[in-house]
Design a protein around this ligand. Sequence first.
Ligand code: NAP
Length: 352
Amino acid sequence: MARIFLTGANGQVGKDVELALLRQGHTVIAANHRTLDITEADRVMSAICDSMPDLVINAAAYTNVEKAEDEPSAALNVNALGPRNIAKACAACNIPLIHISTDYVFSDVKRREHRETDPVKPECEYGRSKLEGENCIINSGCRHIIVRTSWLFGAFGRNFVKIMLSMVQERSEIAVVCDQLGNPTPVRPLAEALVIMAQRILEDKDFADYGIYHFCGYEPTTWDNFARTIFARAIPMGLLHHDVNVLSITSEEFRSKAKRPRDSRLNCDRIREVFGIEPPYWEDYLGEVMHAWGRERQGLTPVEDYDHTISIMDRITNPEDLQLLAKSMQESDQQEQQQLQSRQPDQQVQQS
Ligand SMILES: NC(=O)c1ccc[n+]([C@@H]2O[C@H](COP(=O)([O-])OP(=O)(O)OC[C@H]3O[C@@H](n4cnc5c(N)ncnc54)[C@H](OP(=O)(O)O)[C@@H]3O)[C@@H](O)[C@H]2O)c1
């Protein structure tokens, strides 16, 4: 079993990744924004190198696409400087890094699924900051995997599915953009895919297929059709008690500050070929995320086994505690090492 250092552990993806790692029996050093700000280079270096994990997963990011237009330097700080700090630490300590990026690094000129090798041209500040983050990691020299994904919806945090369900509780009509095509991606299979990738890197000593991968849900759709599918499911699930008319509007009519790609579909052939990971059908996971939304409305945890499975480390609230944790892990490593050494003569006796 491996020891994984996870940043952004309190985010939508971070929580599912931590659960997926713990369910596979791995030890997780779960750092959240409060315990480790990834923009602080020295702290990132010591937190990672002192606790000597087998692998790092970065799920921390500045993710407010609209707000990034008003504060591009804040987005750049978290999405580029942060990954650069993490990658530098990973390079210094020879630890592999898995990082999450976005379909918004692409513009919409392709009009077909985007491959990892296609040219990038982000059209909004968020996309530019995420692309800069990718480049910082690539240039750091650390062993890395960058997983680009899109239109995430999971049991934790805020996402399109939960926002739609909340918005229509008191209304019967909603306007949703119809001219952006992309792949809704359920977070749980994404988290499981990251764990499979981590395990493969750690188990296969000759692993050499580092680089960029795409992972998303199938089939692609538009935001207005995504909304219609949610509402159609919500009524039989008892999460909505009236029909909702989805008014299809163009991106211009929506008047958002951030320009999003009209077609950001991702091609997942590479992840399938190298890791044997099949992209999920997003509709298969819609019910569980909607169920999680229903549980949250009742004041429950979104996922039933969350309280039993989540590590105590996620509840650490002081940065100093993360340092202490790293130190205690080092000490327990040393103890384990000493115990192993002292046990070896016994084993030799038993074997002979
Ligand atoms: N959401 C999507 O639809 C989508 C689509 C494609 C790709 N992605 C990518 O997927 C990854 C995970 O996104 P998500 O949906 O899980 O986002 P999220 O729910 O916003 O989680 C991001 C986490 O990062 C933390 N964070 C922000 N600034 C930080 C800092 N300086 N240091 C440490 N932690 C910090 C946030 O903590 P606070 O909340 O306390 O600030 C939050 O817990 C990101 O890389 C994102 O770009 C997301």
